[in-house]
Design a protein around this ligand. Structure first.
Ligand SMILES: [Zn+2]
Length: 57
C-alpha cells in the first residue's frame, strides 16, 4: 500500500517511496507521527503528518 503525499516540487500528490514513520516532538511534550520518504516521481523528500495515535482506554 503506497502512501500518497503532497510533493512541493511536483505540485501534486505523488506516491511516497522509502517510507519511514518518524516521531516529531510537538508542543507540550506531545509526539507527532509523520511519514518521511521520497517522491516516486522526482525523488525529492516528502513528509506527511499522520494522525496521532490516541491511547486506547
Ligand atoms: Zn515530486
Amino acid at each position: 500500500m503506497a502512501t500518497v503525499a503532497w510533493c512541493m516540487k511536483c505540485g501534486k500528490k505523488t506516491e511516497m517511496k522509502n517510507e519511514k514513520v518518524i516521531e516529531m516532538k510537538g508542543k507540550g511534550g506531545t509526539k507527532r507521527r509523520a511519514a518521511k520518504g521520497v517522491c516516486s516521481v522526482c525523488g525529492c523528500k516528502q513528509y506527511k503528518f499522520l494522525p496521532s495515535l490516541k491511547k486506547a482506554a
